[in-house]
Design a binder for this molecule. Structure first.
Ligand code: NI
Length: 228
């Protein structure tokens, strides 16, 4: 499932992040990928040891923690520390089609995580740059994503994806990976649909025997399918 989650960051948070990132020292993005990625990746990343990194990460992490739609869709068990990247027009920077590694080292216990979901959080407005679409290829074809600053897209890490060349301006994003409590994308999608339907029913008609029963089913399925 691909999901657009609007307004993960508020305008003040976007502004704050951009003010810091617009004056940051960026390094070659090939530092952080394996050999396949390095052949097709041409962009810049904020180094992990940048002085601002802990505070910048904290803003993204806190925003994700308060977002109910994100929680319902991702059912996050482990989340990689957010990273930041930048593609600039002058160099026609891009990231060709690639796969994200299935496992990543993380600073938190147990030291490794599986990547079930990838997330891109947009920090530039769409009119600040040309090109730079995130393209995700799945069994239904290719999907191009270009979102307002502060919005996030969640997509399965198992899909091929890339970023088309930026031909004008600069595209700044944060990105991260999630290991979900529910590894299987189809099961996770079913749980998400069920949860959203229950919430809609509840907001329209209030709590009832039926919403209570459906909630019970939701939690029993989550109990059945989650690996914690
Ligand atoms: Ni990727």
């Amino acid at each position: 499932m691909m999901l657009h989650i609007p307004e993960v960051l508020n305008a003040g948070e976007v502004q704050h992040l951009r003010a810091r990132l617009d004056v940051a020292q960026w390094v070659d993005g090939r530092r952080t990928v394996g050999s396949q990625g390095a052949q097709v990746k041409q962009n810049r990343q904020l180094p992990e040891d940048a002085a601002d990194m802990p505070q910048l990460r904290r803003i993204v992490e806190d925003a994700l923690k308060r977002n109910g739609l994100y929680f319902s869709a991702a059912l996050p068990l482990r989340v990689s520390p957010p990273l930041f990247n930048r593609y600039e027009g002058a160099g026609r920077e891009h990231y060709g089609f690639h796969v994200d590694g299935a496992v990543r080292a993380t600073p938190a216990d147990p030291g490794w995580m599986r990547t079930d979901l990838s997330a891109t959080l947009f920090l530039s407005e769409p009119d600040e740059y040309e090109g730079g679409d995130l393209t995700v290829r799945d069994t239904y074809g290719e999907h191009e994503v270009r979102l307002p600053a502060g919005d996030l897209v969640l997509y399965p890490s198992s899909s091929l994806h890339g970023v088309s060349p930026v031909t004008r301006g600069a595209r700044v994003c944060s990105f991260l990976w999630i290991q979900s409590m529910v590894r299987n994308d189809q099961k996770r999608t079913m749980l998400f649909d069920l949860d959203q339907t229950i919430q809609t029913l509840r907001s329209r008609h209030g709590e009832s025997e039926e919403t209570l029963s459906l909630s019970n089913h939701y939690h029993n399925l989550l109990r059945e399918w989650s690996e914690i």
